[in-house]
Design a protein around this ligand. Structure first.
Ligand code: KG4
Length: 342
């Protein structure tokens, strides 16, 4: 008789303390996330020392909440899964130490999970995504294209040569005085001006699948300087009170990112015609406009499109649990010697 898996998954790779429970036959039964955004917003980005201290404070509560919501106790579990790479070392260590302590005390098996792999399969939690498919992953720390053949078989086709798309959104947002993280705020402002392209920021001209976003951030800065909206000496955006100008910049930025994404996806589908679907994952995949544009692009190319719902797009432990259940079913366990990699 195969074991009925009940898995507790823990995710602490960056600034979200998260835990989730997977039960065979039911799927994800709890998904608890404590976001540290408010703690880091005053600094305009994630401060690693603050992140690890906050994980330490919250991890016990988050794990207990995930077990309570799932109606499980520690002894009911079969396996503990934890993100071990990549991420902030101090943050990863909090999750790993917690997972190891629980596994050792309750005599449970343990599995280490790659955070990127978890994101790549996050669209599969709620959807029956066919294989092989193309995956565009866009988060704050990563932007890359993958060819996905199955849960154990995926290859990176191209990644960003410099900044991630989310990083570009966050940096431009900071430049024009929007709060951290910039992505949601950029989306809100761009919607007010119907996603029009006011400033036609330069698109990446590279003929390869590789992505690049640092030039875009610089282009926004130079354009603002040229228009007299940015004082380079004082490092000050002079139109901070002008909501219309901020919305136009946000909208032009988003349109430029959307065009870059669709151009690369179209090119990848030409190069890899075996792809039966496109998935769009990572925190940036919360963006409704980008999802609509990519869905349209996929449909035009004759393939289906999937994106995780926002709760599974930003960092969460449900995506860790999803990959963990596959590893458990295929006997890919680790030992308590498990360590982080970053
Ligand atoms: O995957 P994620 O939660 O964290 C990691 O980087 O691992 O992604 C965070 C990124 C941030 O850059 C944030 O600005 C972006 O996702 N983001 C968005 C939206 N919500 C979050 N970007 C565009 N539109 C959004 N609605």
């Amino acid at each position: 008789m195969p074991i009925l898996e009940k898995i507790l998954a823990i995710e602490t790779s960056c600034d979200e303390t998260a835990a989730s429970v997977w039960i065979d036959g039911k799927g994800i039964v709890s998904n608890v996330v404590f976001s540290q955004i408010k703690l880091h917003a005053v600094y305009g980005g994630v401060v690693p020392e603050i992140a690890s201290r906050s994980h330490l404070e919250k991890i016990g509560f988050v794990v207990e909440s995930a077990l309570d919501t799932a109606g499980c106790s520690l002894s009911d579990l079969t396996t503990i899964a934890v993100t071990t790479r990549p991420g902030l070392p101090g943050s990863l260590l909090v999750g790993l130490c917690c997972a190891k302590a629980l596994a050792a005390c309750a005599k449970k098996r343990i599995i280490g999970i790659d955070h990127i792999q978890a994101h790549i399969f996050s669209a599969c939690i709620e959807n029956d995504v066919p294989y092989p498919h193309l995956c565009l992953m866009a988060s704050g720390g990563n932007t890359a294209l993958y060819m996905v053949h199955g849960l154990d078989s995926y290859q990176v086709l191209a990644s960003t040569l410099d900044d991630a798309a989310g990083e570009a959104l966050d940096k431009v947002a900071k430049l024009i005085g929007l709060p951290y993280p910039g992505g949601p705020e950029v989306e809100r402002l761009a919607a007010q001006v119907s996603y029009k392209d006011f400033f036609a920021y330069p698109r990446s001209m590279s003929g390869s699948l590789e992505l690049s976003f640092s030039g875009l951030k610089t282009a926004v800065l130079y354009d603002a300087i040229k228009r007299g909206w940015y004082d380079i000496e004082r490092k000050l955006f002079l139109k901070g009170d002008d909501a219309a100008i901020k919305a136009q910049i946000a909208s032009s930025l988003l349109v430029c990112i959307a065009e870059t994404f669709t151009q690369k996806v179209r090119q990848a589908l030409k190069q890899y015609p075996e792809a039966r679907a496109v998935t769009f994952v990572g925190g940036v995949a919360c963006n409704t406009y980008l999802k609509q544009v990519l869905e349209h692009c996929a449909r035009e190319q004759g393939v289906t499109f999937f994106a995780p719902s926002p709760q599974y797009a930003t960092d969460n432990a449900a995506m860790v649990a999803y990959v963990a259940q596959h590893k458990a079913h295929t006997d890919q366990f680790d030992t308590l010697a498990l360590d982080i990699a970053f």
